[in-house]
Design a protein around this ligand. Structure first.
Ligand code: NIG
Length: 417
């Protein structure tokens, strides 16, 4: 049976809602922003946004007219699109606290994976976790994320690495998504690693599982991890080709620890995103910059693991469209706070505050394939926005481990604080 994430929205707006007197960051436009265009936020001073039935109806400067419904007077504060987390592994069983202590004592992450730990440790725990428990974990994370002002998030599978558990994870994500306001986009990360009990898994994945999941989870994207001790370039290529043939959009974790040619292959295969890129060479930067593929940076894992960060400045200067993700997962990025990724992108990847905001809103929406649906304040878009406590948007990037926005509006409804 086909299973849909976000088939319903929990909060059903009963009447219009209007934010007035705001410094609006509209981020309006139809395509992902790349290169120099990543610095433009589409600011309207003293603007308003009127929402009705969960959608933005009108955006402008000055005073709106007509039935405003519930009014939020921003008093000159910043109102911007809710954030979008386009790279997040939100579903798992178990924990990795002991491994983290080993990493802190100097054991490299890749060595832990090679010896059957890391992702494979979480695979064992996830296989032993019921669908209900998985859904409960995802629901808790989604609730916490929406309170921080995240209006849409990706949720990857990838800790099952067999057909039964991967399907259980995707169903659990779909179930959790039905009870929250944050919008969820699922990704089938069946190619996250090669399980110890099935060395032929990448081949089985491409031949059998991806075609089967095209019927079961048609809303999902497909992802894989191209790295030593995970999938080789050829194995990852076979997964992406099978996914394309089954009608899925493709993404690839690549160039995280080693530059193996995965990013170039993914660009060639027309992947929607290449994610990580901490080890990207100048040649890879040029290749991604000249392509329509979006470069997704996930600096929270550099922070948590080894202090290595993607060359964000070089990528933007090469013309790339950059998006940001929290990379929330139990190992390399134990956080749900995309705002921390924005902070790190400025602190360590060379982005400006404006570029970090674009990367966590409109470009992240395009990375999830929903650029026409959310990520900007424009008539017709989902009514997802946040009002900051400040009159200058740099505050959301400058802060870390800081307070949530003053107001969070999702699907046209204000979340209670
Ligand atoms: O994006 N690189 C591959 N996957 C995750 C790590 C997941 C884990 O450690 O469990 C990442 O960093």
């Amino acid at each position: 049976m086909r299973d849909d994430a976000n088939a319903t929205d929990t909060l059903q707006p009963m009447r219009p809602l209007t934010v007035v007197n705001a410094r609006l960051l509209t981020l309006a436009g139809s395509a992902a922003r790349r290169g120099a265009a990543m610095r433009s936020l589409g600011v309207i001073e003293r603007g308003f946004v009127r929402c009705n039935a969960g959608r933005i109806e009108s955006v402008g400067s000055g005073n709106p007219t007509g039935d405003l419904g519930e009014v939020i007077d921003a008093a000159g504060r910043v109102c911007m699109p809710a954030l979008i987390d386009c790279h997040a592994h939100l579903c798992w069983g178990g924990n990795r606290w002991s491994e983290w202590e080993n990493i802190r004592r100097g054991m490299p992450w890749s060595e832990i994976l090679a010896s059957g730990g890391g992702i494979l440790n979480t695979v064992r725990a996830t296989r032993a976790t019921s669908e209900d428990e998985l859904a409960q974990g995802v629901r808790g994370r989604l609730n916490a994320m929406q309170r921080l002002g995240i209006g849409t998030t990706e949720a990857k599978s990838g800790y099952g690495l067999n057909q039964e558990t991967e399907a259980r994870m995707l169903r659990a994500i779909g179930t959790a998504a039905q009870s929250v306001s944050i919008k969820v986009r699922r990704t089938f990360l069946g190619g996250h690693a090669i399980p110890q009990d099935d060395p032929e898994w990448p081949d089985r994945l491409a031949r059998e599982v991806i075609p089967a999941f095209a019927t079961l989870f048609p809303d999902a994207a497909v992802d894989a991890f191209c790295e030593r001790n995970a999938l080789s370039v050829d194995q990852a290529r076979a997964v992406l080709q099978a996914a394309k043939a089954a009608g899925f959009a493709c993404r690839l974790h690549t160039d995280q620890f080693n530059s193996l040619g995965g990013a170039e292959m993914a660009v060639q295969e027309g992947a929607r995103t290449v994610d990580h890129l901490e080890a990207a060479t100048d040649e890879t930067v040029r290749c991604v910059g000249a392509s329509p593929t979006i470069a997704v940076m996930v600096p929270c894992s550099g922070y948590a693991l080894d202090g290595r960060y993607a060359p964000g400045r070089k990528l933007i200067d090469a013309g790339a469209a950059i998006a940001l993700g929290s990379n929330c997962n139990p190992g390399s990025a134990p956080t749900i706070d995309l705002r921390f990724a924005m902070h790190l992108a400025v602190r360590h990847c060379g982005l400006s505050c404006e570029e970090a905001i674009v990367a966590a809103t409109v470009n992240a929406a395009h990375a999830l394939g929903i650029g026409g649906e959310t990520g900007s304040l424009e008539p017709g878009r989902r009514a997802d926005m946040i009002v900051l406590a400040d009159r200058d948007e740099r505050s959301i990037v400058h802060g870390f481990a800081h307070e949530p926005p003053l107001h969070v509006v999702l699907n046209g409804c204000r979340l209670s604080p």
